[in-house]
Design a protein around this ligand. Structure first.
Ligand SMILES: NC(=O)c1ccc[n+]([C@@H]2O[C@H](COP(=O)([O-])OP(=O)(O)OC[C@H]3O[C@@H](n4cnc5c(N)ncnc54)[C@H](O)[C@@H]3O)[C@@H](O)[C@H]2O)c1
Ligand SMILES: O=P(O)(O)OC[C@H](O)CO
Length: 335
């Protein structure tokens, strides 16, 4: 792995909002041009011609060093790839792209936030299954694509088993506006990113229902407690959950309508049907809620806030009943 500060080819897989934002950040960080692979040939051709990101990031221009491509061939020359497609699509995408990615030790940095619904696997385990030769890593933290794409100040975490690799990737991708901390706690970073989306839906529901800021603060605190329990049960470190990829992303996503998960919950709280509340936007928390509950049950962890979200999304419970049930749980010691 040759990636180092200012050097090495970083390629991006996925030309949606977050893929474009990270491609811009990687280009700003210097070094070689950044191939940006997208599956939609027409959309990629339009990006290459106009140098505009398109409808997912209106008004955002591609940095000069970003090279959009629908042909996966440039991926074969990458020193590291950023995997920036929805969590539920990663297995299919890797099956298709494996011929260009099957190199020993190739760092594959997962930038999606979710748990695979069909298998219950965390994203790093999906990558290990699909690309057994690769070195998985995870990038996550409080970061709206629109902010990062424009170069607004942002800080995130990057985790890999090998701390030296995590540090090299963090140096390569960091720039004046993007500060990347590194860690070896992949489980903690990936669980924080996946779980906060479910909590953001819960917070959106509460705000959409008009239940007030006190209720939201209670949910954030109790939701953080259950996410930490869940993550620790799967080997994550508590201090990772206290950091950017856990608490940091909860603060961002649970408090802003700019979050698609929060906005989805808010629409539900106002009475929109589950099938319509996202407005066609990606809501990773909706795909992750039920499978996270399954993994929590496997580990004997109680996650009442997330269970309420899953029950609402599955149509097993109405919003008011779910909130009533949360409030009527037996009183217990805090922790
Ligand atoms: N947008 C953000 O602010 C942000 C920030 C941090 C993390 N993320 C995470 O990044 C991931 C992607 O989110 P996004 O905002 O870029 O979504 P998006 O909807 O803007 O883009 C998703 C992209 O993935 C592509 N895609 C979907 N299925 C594919 C497949 N099978 N093969 C190849 N490409 C496929 C789509 O064509 C699209 O270009 C999500 O897990 C999200 O949680 C997003
Ligand atoms: O728009 P959301 O809800 O997918 O959130 C985007 C990022 O994950 C925020 O860190």
């Amino acid at each position: 792995m040759t990636v180092d500060a200012g050097g090495g080819v970083i390629a991006v897989i996925g030309a949606g909002a977050w893929g474009v934002a990270l491609a811009n950040a990687a280009a700003r960080a210097g070094g070689a041009p950044v191939p940006l692979w997208g599956r939609d040939g027409a959309a990629v051709a339009a990006m290459a011609a106009t140098r505009e990101a398109g409808s997912r990031l209106p008004g955002v221009r591609l940095e000069d060093g970003v090279a959009p491509a629908a042909d996966p061939a440039p991926l074969a020359n990458a020193d590291a790839v950023l995997l920036v497609i929805p969590a539920q699509q990663i297995r299919d995408a890797l099956a298709r792209l494996r011929p260009w990615l099957g190199r020993k030790g190739l760092p594959v940095v997962i930038c999606a936030k979710g748990i695979e619904r069909a298998s219950g696997l965390f994203m790093s385990d999906v990558v290990r299954e699909m690309l057994p030769e690769a070195a998985p890593a995870v990038l996550s933290g409080p970061s709206f694509a629109a902010d990062v794409a424009r170069g607004l100040p942002t800080a995130v975490s990057l985790a890999a088993d090998d701390e030296a690799l995590a540090a090299r990737l963090a140096r390569r991708l960091s720039g004046p506006a993007l500060r990347i901390y590194h860690t070896t706690d992949m489980r903690g970073v990936e669980i924080g990113g996946a779980a906060k989306n479910v909590l953001a839906i819960a917070c959106g529901i509460v705000m959409g229902r008009g239940l007030g800021e006190s209720a939201r603060a209670a949910l954030v605190a109790r939701g953080f407690a259950e996410i930490t329990r869940f993550a620790e049960a799967y080997g994550a470190r508590r201090d990772t959950l206290m950091g950017l990829s856990g608490l940091g992303d909860i603060v961002l996503t649970c408090g802003s309508r700019q979050s698609r998960n929060f906005a989805f919950g808010e629409a539900l709280g106002r009475g929109a049907p589950v099938a319509e509340a996202s407005g066609g936007k990606l809501t990773e928390g909706a795909a992750t809620a039920a499978v996270m509950l399954r993994r929590a049950a496997d580990a004997g962890v109680d996650m009442p806030v997330s269970a309420a979200v899953a029950a609402i999304l599955d149509g097993r419970m109405g919003i008011d009943d779910a909130i009533g049930e949360l409030m009527m749980r037996p009183l217990r010691r805090e922790g």
